[in-house]
Design a protein around this ligand. Structure first.
Ligand SMILES: Nc1nc2c(c(CN[C@H]3C=C[C@H](O)[C@@H]3O)cn2[C@@H]2O[C@H](COP(=O)(O)O)[C@@H](O)[C@H]2O)c(=O)[nH]1
Length: 406
């Protein structure tokens, strides 16, 4: 029946004042089609995280952090050349000896725990030998690698540390057991131990009560959308909801939710639990190492007061303008680097191709041209910063903010 059939007495098919029956869904759909509203049911609208748009807003309104466009363009080319030389791709993730190697659900659990606790490793100790570190496989691991080593060590000791039902079992998973898991080889404990325990308890409750005890079910619910998985994680897990107010506007940074998705994508080479059709919506991860690297490259500049504060290792409060400007501007800077690389090297298609490297009938060519996205640029910048740190070549310290967000 045509919706607006003249023979039909005029009535609003949605709300007929004389009837208390529900609006006829067929009529609602017909009306939506007639008004051109149809077809875009909420489930069809592609999910967005809003992180990149918020990062641009922060950059546009930043006072103490700025970008140097010429240096950013120059750095883009340097980064591109170095990434090509190292054949940087998703495979690089698994090349790290401590990262889990099996491509199964156990590794999904490992990565979830890793990125649940992937924050604030920096030590307040000036004396390097006294800083928190984890002894594993005959080596002392610090920073992010101390976390990965602690998880691997616990698994070697038959502690089911990656199982969410263990985290909520306070009879067996006591604080003492967790202190043992994260025990340091020095007198300094892992930073924010209590907050890490709280993250595990909370996330364990959510996973066990809402997702059948495994993060694999969250991945399934996201229907291979990276942005959808970021939004699902930040909606259901408070300890991933990395957002704040800047200039009166709510801004999302979502560092650990995004690196969680990125680690899955890299570990599984864009397949299986790592397959996402919109992986390029993931931005750089706003931590405390990339801003340092971007400053070292001359891309990012600080006001004299901020720079002297950072150089004197003074703390910067979580959520303060200085901190949000550092984090948001670094996200935007990596986006500009990514755009510059794509402009200079049109042969590079987005890394959303499987595993981040371009399919090619010429294997040599594939080896030389790897897809580029913010994730791979970020991973490269982090790993490069860690090399500079090992070589005592840091030109400026990283900023000191204590928080569970990064
Ligand atoms: N933006 C960004 N931040 C990253 C990483 C990683 C490690 N990712 C591995 C996976 C693939 C890559 O190739 C890396 O090998 C850790 N972090 C953050 O840094 C801080 C730790 O610093 P430090 O204490 O010095 O280790 C802390 O906020 C931590 O959350 C990254 O990749 N990108």
């Amino acid at each position: 029946m045509p919706l607006l059939d003249p023979a039909t007495p005029t009535r609003n098919p949605l709300v007929d004042a004389n009837s208390d029956d529900e609006a006829d869904p067929e009529l609602v759909e017909l009306l939506r089609q007639h008004l051109g509203l149809s077809g875009k049911k909420s489930k069809d609208v592609p999910p967005e995280t809003k992180v990149l748009e918020n990062a641009q807003y922060i950059f546009d309104n930043a006072i103490d952090v700025a970008l140097n466009p010429a240096q950013t363009k120059e750095a883009a080319e340097t980064i591109w050349q170095m990434m090509q030389k190292k054949s940087y791709s998703t495979q690089t993730w698994s090349d790290h000896e401590l990262h889990p190697q099996t491509k199964d659900e156990g590794t999904v659990d490992f990565i979830f725990l890793m990125d649940l606790l992937n924050f604030s490793f920096w030590s307040g100790e000036s004396e390097e030998s006294r800083r928190f570190c984890i002894e594993y496989r005959g080596r002392r691991w610090t920073g992010y690698w101390s976390l990965v080593a602690a998880i691997q060590r616990a698994l070697d000791e038959d502690i089911p540390i990656t199982s969410p039902d263990f985290w909520v079992d306070e009879e067996n998973c006591t604080d003492e057991v967790l202190r043992h898991v994260f025990r340091s080889a020095t007198d300094e404990d892992i930073p924010m131990f209590k907050e890490r325990v709280q993250c595990m308890r909370e996330a364990g409750e959510v996973l066990c009560n809402e997702f059948g005890g495994s993060f694999a079910n969250c991945i399934d619910d996201a229907n291979q959308s990276a942005a959808g998985l970021v939004n699902l994680v930040t909606e259901h897990f408070e300890c991933f909801r990395d957002e704040t107010i800047f200039n009166g506007k709510r801004v999302r940074l979502y560092k650990r939710a995004q690196i969680l998705v990125a680690d899955l994508w890299a570990c599984f080479n864009g397949e299986s639990f790592g397959e996402f059709h919109d992986i390029d919506k993931i931005t750089m991860f706003a931590d405390y190492r990339i801003p340092q690297m971007l400053h070292q490259l001359g891309c990012m500049r600080y006001s004299p007061s901020l720079e002297s504060h950072i150089r004197s290792l003074k703390p910067i409060v979580s959520g303060s303008n200085w901190e949000v400007e550092l984090r948001g501007t670094s996200i935007w800077c990596v986006e500009l680097i990514r755009r510059e690389i794509e402009k200079r090297h049109p042969e590079v298609r987005a890394a959303s191709t499987k595993g981040g490297s371009l399919p090619s009938d010429n294997i040599d060519q594939a080896a030389n041209i790897h897809g580029i996205n913010a994730i791979l640029i970020d991973f490269f910048l982090y790993d490069t910063m860690k090399v500079l740190e090992r070589e005592n070549n840091e030109s400026i310290p990283h900023h000191r903010t204590r928080s569970i967000w990064y």
